[in-house]
Design a protein around this ligand. Structure first.
Ligand code: DON
Length: 303
C-alpha cells in the first residue's frame, strides 16, 4: 500500500504547480503550494506518504462536522426540513438569491449558506457552548485530543468574511437562523480555522466508511447519519466539481480551500489529502489527481 501511495504522490507532485493557493483569505496565501501529502486509514492498518503530518486549516471540510452534529442533535428529518440536499452547481460562496425569501430547497449544507444554517442547528445555549461542543465532537471523530484553532487564519477570516456575513443576514431575514448572526459567524470562522493533518481527515473518513464506527469499533455517529453524510458528499462535497469528481473518482469526498480533501471508500478506507494549490472551484488540483490515480489502482469507485 505504502509503495503505491508513494508512487502516486510522486507522480502527482507536478500538479502542485498547476494550481494557486487560496488568497481571498490573506493568511491562506502564505501556504506553500508545493506541499503534498496523503494518509490512508483502514481497520487493518495505516499508510502514509509525503507531507501527511503538516498542519493546515480544515476550511470547508468543517461543513461535514456541522452536518454530523446537527443530525445527531436534531435528527436527519429535522435537518432536511431546514436545508435541502440538491447540488447547487454554483460556487461555494454563491449569493445570488435575488430579493426573495430563501427557500430551503435552494440551499445545500456543503455550500456556505447552507453550512452556516446547519452550524446554527447545533444545539447549545449560546454560541460559546456551540463552539465548545463542535470542538469536542471534532476531537472525538478525529481521535485527536490536541486539535486547536489557527488564531491567525481565524483573525484573517473574520476580517475578510463579509460575504459570509451577508449570507448570514440573508438567512436571518428568511427566519433560518436565530440569535446573533455575528456570533454564529464567529463559530463558523473559528471552525473553518481548525488545524488538522491528513491523518485527522482520514480518521473522520474511516468512520464514515465504517457506518459511523471508528477503528476501535466504537459507534461514533449513528449508522443512518453516516449513510446520509456519504450521500450528501457524493452529490455535493466537491462543490460545482462534484459531478466530474463522481465520474472520475466515484467516492464520497469533501474539499476545503486550505488544500485538504477528506474522502471515504465505504467498507474499505478513509483517505486524507493535503495539497494547497487549488483549481478555480476551490478544490486541490494534485489532491484530485491523487484520488483519481488511487481510485483506478484500487478500484475504489462505488459505481
Ligand atoms: O467560508 C469560507 O470562505 C471559508 N472559510 C471556507 C470555504 C472553503 O473551504 C471553500 N472551499 N473549498
Amino acid at each position: 500500500m505504502e509503495k503505491v501511495l508513494n508512487a502516486v504522490l510522486e507522480d502527482c507532485r507536478r500538479y502542485t504547480l498547476e494550481g494557486q493557493v487560496a488568497s481571498y483569505i490573506p493568511e491562506l496565501a502564505k501556504a506553500d503550494n508545493e506541499k503534498i501529502g496523503v494518509y490512508v486509514a483502514m481497520k487493518e492498518g495505516e499508510f502514509c506518504a509525503g507531507d501527511w503530518d503538516k498542519n493546515f486549516t480544515i476550511q470547508s471540510i468543517a461543513k461535514t462536522i456541522f452536518l454530523m452534529l446537527a443530525a445527531i442533535d436534531n435528527g436527519i428529518d429535522v435537518v432536511k426540513s431546514h436545508v435541502g440536499v440538491e447540488a447547487t452547481g454554483k460556487p461555494f460562496n454563491a449569493i445570488d438569491y435575488g430579493d426573495s425569501v430563501i427557500l430551503k430547497e435552494h440551499i445545500n449544507p456543503m455550500v456556505n449558506i447552507g453550512a452556516i444554517a446547519v452550524c446554527g442547528m447545533v444545539k447549545a445555549k449560546d454560541n460559546e457552548e456551540r463552539f465548545r461542543r463542535l470542538m469536542e465532537f471534532s476531537k472525538k471523530i478525529t481521535g485527536n485530543p490536541d486539535l486547536e484553532i489557527d488564531r491567525e487564519v481565524y483573525r484573517s477570516e473574520r476580517e475578510t468574511g463579509n460575504k459570509n456575513r451577508a449570507l448570514g443576514y440573508l438567512l436571518k431575514n428568511s427566519g433560518m437562523i436565530y440569535g446573533s448572526v455575528d456570533e454564529l459567524l464567529d463559530v463558523y470562522f473559528a471552525m473553518c480555522s481548525m488545524k488538522v493533518n491528513c491523518r485527522d481527515l482520514a480518521n473522520i473518513a474511516l468512520m464514515l466508511a465504517n457506518h459511523g464506527k471508528n477503528r476501535q469499533g466504537e459507534q461514533i455517529i449513528p449508522k443512518a447519519d453516516a449513510r446520509f453524510l456519504n450521500a450528501v458528499l457524493i452529490t455535493s462535497g466537491m462543490y460545482d466539481g462534484s459531478g466530474e469528481f463522481a465520474t472520475t473518482v466515484g467516492i464520497p469526498a469533501k474539499s476545503g480551500v486550505g488544500g485538504g480533501i477528506m474522502a471515504d471508500c465505504p467498507n474499505r478506507m478513509g483517505i486524507g489529502i493535503y495539497s494547497p494549490a487549488l483549481d478555480r472551484k476551490g478544490n486541490s488540483v494534485a489532491g484530485i489527481k491523487m484520488l483519481e490515480a488511487l481510485s483506478k489502482e484500487w478500484e475504489l469507485s462505488i459505481f
